[in-house]
Design a protein around this ligand. Structure first.
Ligand code: ZN
Length: 81
């Protein structure tokens, strides 16, 4: 059961990344891509389930950006970009 869910999350994330352009929206890197909150949604913060995060991204596309891990950590600490 858990494995099935992990697979779903993996595939859904992959698809979403492609829909978001498949590269960091700041520097264009394709390594270590993550979804970053740019506007708060009901699901702000860490520690939520991965599935819920995917569904939240699908629902609130304008509230997320696709960033590489480097740009994401800069964004989180300095809130620029
Ligand atoms: Zn980047």
């Amino acid at each position: 059961m858990a494995n099935k869910m992990n697979l779903w999350v993996k595939q859904a994330r992959k698809k979403l990344k492609i829909e978001f352009g498949g590269a960091c929206s700041n520097c264009g890197s394709k390594a270590g891509l993550q979804f970053a909150h740019i506007h708060p949604t009901a699901l702000s913060g860490k520690g939520r389930g991965r599935k819920e995060r995917i569904l939240d991204i699908r629902k609130n596309r304008d509230s997320y950006r696709l960033l590489c891990s480097t740009c994401h950590s800069i964004y989180d600490t300095k809130e620029i970009l």
